[in-house]
Design a protein around this ligand. Structure first.
Ligand SMILES: [Zn+2]
Length: 352
């Protein structure tokens, strides 16, 4: 956006210069300053003008919109961890700060799978996902603000300190979202999250291993949850996460199907491990099995498959990582990757 804004400023400045009276009068160069765009008012800012990427602008930021994206998977946040997949609020905070400092900007899983990755030029998308709708993910305090040390509380805290860190995430929930006991509270929670740009989507009704169910049984699990989410005011899910990362025997039925007269169709179905994902316009993208990375240190199995390992790896391999061109309408890539893009997206490509 800065590039276009500056171009406009330069154009306006040139016109202003041409209209200026001849040199020698008391108009100093300082008088040109008002020709600059006025700073946006603090409240209700106008949306920034759209960025149009070019070969030069894409090259300048090293844009690679076929690069790898970390989709990080979180479960419970507990002050004292019980299971190895639990994280403490302090661990979440430290990881988000690390992401913010490395130039990552969160997008939701829905935005990611639909290719709506609208982040500044040079930034890297990250998808923060929280499974199972645990009370530690979302709760409001007495003043109606996200409680400290919940996932949303920590995300807001980090975004306040790092304003480029967009405070959004995806919550894949089951039949008792956020452990809330009654319908009214569940509705209020879903409304708050959706109103603030978070995604609340389908993780099945009772969290079964879909591999052990019939096609009909699996579809029932998905439809029951979709009906609950609708009652709670959530928009139709466009993503789902497989409980335990376990794929049904017919993988496609997690993405698309029907039960009791209700259809469902997701843009993407997410696994529970164990690598960064390619974006949806890559030929190798499989919308029925999208990789995620468990948030964890580098012990045991996580020596290589969890977030500490992968975030370090992505920092050390910047050419492999997704870097935005700042223009959501185009897909900017180094020429060497031209063969990796799906034909549907070829029209939008800027190769440099
Ligand atoms: Zn789960």
């Amino acid at each position: 956006m800065t590039v276009v804004a500056n171009a406009a400023v330069i154009a306006v400045g040139l016109v202003a210069l041409m209209l200026l009276p001849p040199a020698g009068d008391d108009e100093s160069g300082e008088r040109r300053i008002p020709a600059r765009a006025a700073p946006a008012p603090a409240s209700e800012p106008d949306p920034p003008p759209p960025v149009i990427a070019t070969v030069e602008s894409a090259r300048a930021v090293g844009a690679n919109e076929l690069g790898l994206v970390p989709v990080i998977m979180y479960h419970r946040l507990l002050k004292k961890r019980i299971a190895s997949i639990d994280r403490t609020p302090a661990q979440l905070r430290a990881e988000l700060v690390k992401l913010a400092k490395a130039g990552y900007v969160p997008v939701t899983a829905a935005e990611f799978v639909s290719g709506r990755i609208d982040i500044p030029a040079g930034a890297h998308p990250v998808v923060l996902t929280f499974d199972d709708g645990h009370p530690s993910h979302f709760a409001l305090d007495a003043d109606g603000r996200p409680k400290r040390d919940t996932a949303v509380g920590v995300i807001y805290e980090v975004a306040e300190k790092y304003p480029d860190f967009r405070p959004v995430a995806t919550f894949w929930v089951n039949r008792a979202p956020f452990g809330l006991p009654d319908r009214a509270q569940q509705e209020a929670a879903v409304k708050w999250l959706v109103d603030h740009g978070f995604e609340v989507a389908n993780h099945t009704y009772t969290h079964p291993d879909l591999r052990r169910l019939s096609t009909k049984g699996a579809a029932e699990q998905i439809v029951r949850q979709e009906r609950l989410l609708k009652k709670l005011g959530a928009p139709p899910s466009t993503t789902m996460a497989l409980p335990y990362g376990s794929r049904p025997r017919k993988a496609k039925i997690a993405r698309e199907g029907k039960w009791d007269g209700t259809r469902y169709r997701f843009d993407g179905v997410f696994l529970a491990g164990a690598e960064p994902s390619v974006p949806p316009y890559a030929k190798s993208f499989d919308s029925t099995a999208i990789w995620r990375i468990q948030s964890n240190g580098k012990q045991g199995e996580c020596r290589r498959w969890c977030s500490a390992y992968w975030l370090e790896w992505l920092n050390e391999h910047p050419k492999e990582r997704y870097t935005s061109d700042g223009d959501p309408e185009h897909i900017s890539i180094p020429k060497r990757l031209r063969g990796n893009i799906i034909s549907k997206a070829a029209k939008k490509v800027i190769a440099y």
